[in-house]
Design a protein around this ligand. Structure first.
Ligand code: URA
Length: 244
């Protein structure tokens, strides 16, 4: 793939485009052994050897991160008022020292509500995102939730049948597991669609209220429980392979 040198370096997290240009003008970057100062220089990512301050810099076309989305952050790339999940990735809470997070083409795969926590995949791989989000693919999404009201076997049956949540069609069958029934019930639910506020609306349809919601997995990808809310890490090659 051919790419401008300043974009190559900014995508790989060496700085913003202007920071990268400053370093280029100092002669800190070599291509195939020779200093290159022009930001517009075209790089062949497969053949050219780029070094940043003497260290080899490789280019990854696609990048994949899992974020444990915290409460209070919106699933968007930019927002005028609210903190976004991409703001978190631009911070230093990654497990690999901050590389790769400044690239401008990352986006969250689908949305979690502002008050929902848990697994959010962030990538620049549009095709993968499309496959995971396609309504035809019915990718399983597993959530842990705390519900105001006693969740019982009748709810399990209603979820398994599909619920009228006010859309044109009833929901696809969802698997509801009761972990601990009570005034506040703890449950796990697997849904195969990604409708707006789906879990909350399904519980509302059976007269109950979600008071805490966390996504545990999406398809074959499970949240790494070692990640505290707000932390993220790159997917391993094996995890990426399982998603593709
Ligand atoms: N269902 C919801 O109601 N909210 C989410 O954030 C995800 C699924």
């Amino acid at each position: 793939m051919m790419i401008r040198l300043d974009k190559f370096l900014a995508d790989m997290g060496y700085g913003t485009r202007s920071q990268v240009k400053k370093e280029l003008s100092k002669g800190s970057v070599t291509v195939n052994g020779a200093p290159v100062r022009k930001p517009e220089t075209k790089i062949d990512t497969e053949k050219d050897a780029v070094c940043w301050k003497g260290e080899p810099a490789a280019y990854a076309e696609y990048e994949y991160f899992m974020l444990n989305k915290p409460f209070g952050v919106v699933s968007a790339t930019e927002d005028k008022k609210e903190k976004t999940v991409l703001d978190l990735l631009r911070s230093d809470k990654g497990s690999d020292g901050g590389t790769g997070m400044r690239r401008e083409d990352l986006f969250p795969v689908g949305r979690l509500d502002k008050d929902t926590e848990g697994l959010l995949l962030i990538t620049n791989d549009g095709e993968l995102a499309h496959r995971l989000l396609s309504p035809k693919k019915h990718v399983d999404k597993v959530y842990y939730a705390e519900i105001r009201g006693k969740v019982d076997e009748e709810d399990v049956r209603l979820f398994a049948r599909g619920l009228d949540i006010g859309d044109e069609k009833i929901t696809l069958p969802a698997e509801l597991k009761i972990i601990n029934p009570g005034e506040i019930s703890r449950i796990q639910v697997t849904v195969r669609e990604g409708r707006y506020h789906q879990v909350k609306r399904m519980f509302r349809a059976v007269g109950k209220e979600v008071i805490y919601l966390k996504r545990l997995s999406m398809g074959n990808l499970a949240l790494d429980e070692a990640l505290a809310p707000g932390e993220f890490r790159r997917l391993t090659e094996e995890e990426v392979g399982r998603l593709c």
